[in-house]
Design a protein around this ligand. Structure first.
Ligand code: NAP
Length: 496
C-alpha cells in the first residue's frame, strides 16, 4: 500500500524508504477511515506525498499492538535489544543521503544540515543501545540483619511519543531509542509537516529486526492531532508520554495525562539569552551565534532569541554580525550553496514579520536583512536588529525565525536579571574570558543547559532539557534512559 507515484520526484537511491501509510503492528497501515493529507515541500509549495490521516481507532490499534508486543520485547535481554538497535543505527548511517533528502523535501532545511541531523538522530540509537546494558539496579545495605533490600530497574511499559517538525528524525530517536533499549514499546506521532522521515525510520527499523508492534507510527494532520493526542493520553495502557513541541500544547497534554497519572517528559519552547560580555573573544562569539541562531532558519527551541551585548562592545559586535549575516545564502535546501532554507509555512513567516514590525514600531532598527529579495515566498531574509528592548514581543516570545535582535546592557547583575526574566528556561549562552564570571553566570542563569563560549552543545551523551515552562525531564545521556524506567524496591526478609 505505498503510494510510490510521488517517489520519483524525491530522487531516492532506495525508493522503498518512501512510505505514505502509518506503521502499525509490523505492517503499513492506511487507516480505517481512508482519509489522506498532503505533505508539501516548503521551498516550493509542491505536494510531495499524500499520507494516511488516522482516526482514533487507528491509534487504539497501534496501542493494542504495542501492548501485545510488550511482554516479549521486555523479556529479551538488553544485549539482544542492543543488537537490533545497533543494526538500526547502521542502517540509518547507510541511508543517510535518502533520509536527508526526505527531510529536506518535507521540512526545508539545507541538505548538509539534514545529513547532520540524521547522524545526530542515529547517535541516540547507538548510545542508548549500549547504555541500556548498564541499567543497573542496586543492593542497599540493610538496616536489619535478616533482610536484603534490592532495587530493580524495569521498563515503564507502552510509551507514546509526540514529536515536532523542526527535527523530524532526532526528536523521534531521542525518545524512542532509550524507550526501546530498556524494553518499552512505542507509538510515535510525528508532526503533520514531517511524516516521511518518521516512516523511513520505521522501514529501517523493520529491516533491523524490530518485532511487530514494538515500534508503531500513527499519522494525522493538524486537525487530527488533538484527537490522536486524546487517545494516547487517555488510554491507561500507555504509561508514559514524551512530548516535544510548544509549551501551549505541552500544557494541554499535561492536563490530559492527569486522570491516568502518566509519567511525562515535556521538551517545550525556549527563549534563549545569548550574552556577550566586553571581555569575550568577539570573533568566537560571532561564530557561535551564527551557528546557533541561523541553523534550521532559526527554527530551533535552543535558538538564541535575545542577544545581550555589553555596551562597550555593542556597536562593534553588531557590525561584525551584520557583515557575516549579509553573506548568508538563502534558498531551497536542495541547492549546495544554501545556508538558510525556507521557514516551515506561510504562518511562520507572518509571525516573524509581526515580531519585526512591532520591534521597529518601538524604535528598533534593522542593520541588515528584512526587505531583501528572497527566492521563495516562505524564505525570510536573515536580519540583524539593534536597539531591541525587553518590552518588545521579540524579547518575550519565541520568534522561531532568522532574526537576531541585539539588546545593550551595562552590568553582569543587570544582564543576569534580564536573561532570567522569562517563563522559559531551556538553553542559555554566554561568552566571557573571566573565569570568576564564567562560574557566577553559569550558576545564576535559570536554564536547563548553559553553553559557555560555545554556540553548539547538543549531543547524545549530555542531558538535554529545560526548567520553568520549558519542560520536564531530560533526553539523551544516562538521565534520558531513566525517563523510561520504573524503580521497583524489593525487600527480602527471613534470611537468617
Ligand atoms: P506544536 O504545535 O506543539 O506541535 C508538536 C507536536 O504536537 C506535533 O506533532 C503536533 O501535531 C502535535 N500536536 C499539536 N496539537 C496537539 C494536540 N492538541 N494534542 C496532541 N498533539 C498535538 O509544536 P511545533 O510547532 O511542531 O514545534 C515547535 C515548538 O517545539 C517550539 O515551541 C519549539 O521550541 C519546540 N521544541 C522544543 C524542543 C525541546 O527539546 N525543548 C525541541 C524542538 C522543538 P501537528 O503537527 O499535526 O499539529
Amino acid at each position: 500500500m505505498t503510494g510510490g507515484s510521488r517517489v520519483g520526484t524525491l530522487a531516492l537511491k532506495d525508493p522503498s524508504l518512501f512510505q505514505d501509510n502509518g506503521w502499525v503492528n509490523g505492517a503499513w497501515w492506511p487507516g480505517v477511515g481512508g482519509g489522506r493529507f498532503e505533505v508539501t515541500d516548503p521551498a516550493t509549495g509542491e505536494s510531495i506525498a499524500s499520507v494516511a490521516n488516522m482516526v482514533p481507532q487507528d491509534v487504539s490499534a497501534a496501542i493494542d499492538a504495542a501492548a501485545a508486543a510488550l511482554p516479549g520485547w521486555r523479556a529479551r535481554s538488553a544485549k539482544e535489544r542492543c543488537a537490533i538497535l545497533k543494526t538500526w543505527h547502521s542502517l540509518i548511517h547507510a541511508h543517510v543521503d535518502d533520509l536527508a533528502m526526505l527531510m529536506t523535501r518535507e521540512q526545508g532545511k539545507p541538505l548538509t544540515e539534514a545529513k547532520a541531523e540524521v547522524l545526530y538522530a542515529a547517535s541516540f540509537v547507538e548510545w542508548f543501545a549500549e547504555e541500556a546494558k548498564r541499567a543497573y539496579g542496586e543492593i542497599i545495605p540493610s538496616p536489619a540483619s535478616d533482610r536484603e533490600l534490592l532495587v530493580f530497574k524495569e521498563p515503564i511499559g507502552v510509551v507514546a511519543a509526540i514529536t515536532p517538525w523542526n527535527f523530524p528524525a532526532a526528536m523521534i530517536t531521542r525518545k524512542c531509542a532509550p524507550a526501546l533499549a530498556v524494553g518499552c514499546t512505542v507509538v510515535v506521532k510525528p508532526a503533520e509537516a514531517t511524516p516521511l522521515t518518521a516512516l523511513a525510520l520505521a522501514e529501517l527499523g523493520r529491516r533491523a529486526g524490530l518485532p511487530a508492534g514494538v515500534f508503531n507510527v500513527v499519522l494525522g494532520d493538524a486537525a487530527a492531532a488533538a484527537r490522536i493526542g486524546e487517545v494516547l493520553c487517555s488510554d491507561t495502557r500507555v504509561r508514559k508520554l514524551s512530548f516535544t513541541g510548544s509549551t501551549e500544547v505541552g500544557r494541554l497534554l499535561y492536563r490530559q495525562c492527569a486522570p491516568s497519572i502518566k509519567k511525562l517528559s515535556l521538551e517545550l519552547g525556549g527563549n534563549a539569552p545569548f550574552i556577550v560580555f566586553a571581555d569575550a573573544d568577539l570573533a568566537a562569539a560571532i561564530e557561535g551565534l551564527m551557528a546557533a541562531k541561523f541553523r534550521n532558519a532559526g527554527q530551533t527551541c535552543i535558538c538564541p532569541n535575545r542577544i545581550f551585548v555589553q555596551s562597550a562592545v555593542v556597536d562593534r559586535f553588531a557590525q561584525m554580525l551584520a557583515d557575516k549575516v549579509a553573506g548568508l545564502r538563502v534558498g531551497s535546501g536542495l541547492l549546495a550553496e544554501t545556508q538558510v532554507g525556507p521557514l516551515i509555512e506561510a504562518a511562520a513567516v507572518e509571525k516573524v514579520e509581526a515580531h519585526l514590525a512591532e520591534a521597529l514600531s518601538q524604535g528598533a532598527r534593522v542593520l541588515v536583512g528584512e526587505g531583501g529579495d528572497t527566492p521563495a515566498a516562505v524564505c525570510f531574509e536573515p536580519t540583524v536588529l539593534v536597539g531591541a528592548t525587553p518590552s518588545m514581543q521579540i524579547a518575550r516570545e519565541e520568534t522561531f525565525g532568522p532574526v537576531a535582535p541585539i539588546f545593550s546592557f551595562e552590568s553582569e547583575e543587570e544582564v543576569v536579571e534580564l536573561a532570567n526574566a522569562t517563563e522559559f528556561g531551556l538553553a542559555a549562552y554566554f561568552f566571557s574570558r573571566d573565569v570568576g564570571r564564567v562560574f557566577r553566570v553559569a550558576r545564576a542563569l535559570e536554564a536547563g543547559m548553559v553553553a559557555v563560549n560555545a554556540g553548539a552543545f547538543s549531543n547524545e551523551v549530555a542531558p538535554f532539557g529545560g526548567v520553568k515552562q520549558s519542560g520536564l525531564g531530560r533526553e539523551g545521556a544516562r538521565h534520558g534512559m531513566d525517563e523510561y524506567l520504573e524503580i521497583k524496591y524489593v525487600t527480602m526478609a527471613g534470611l537468617r
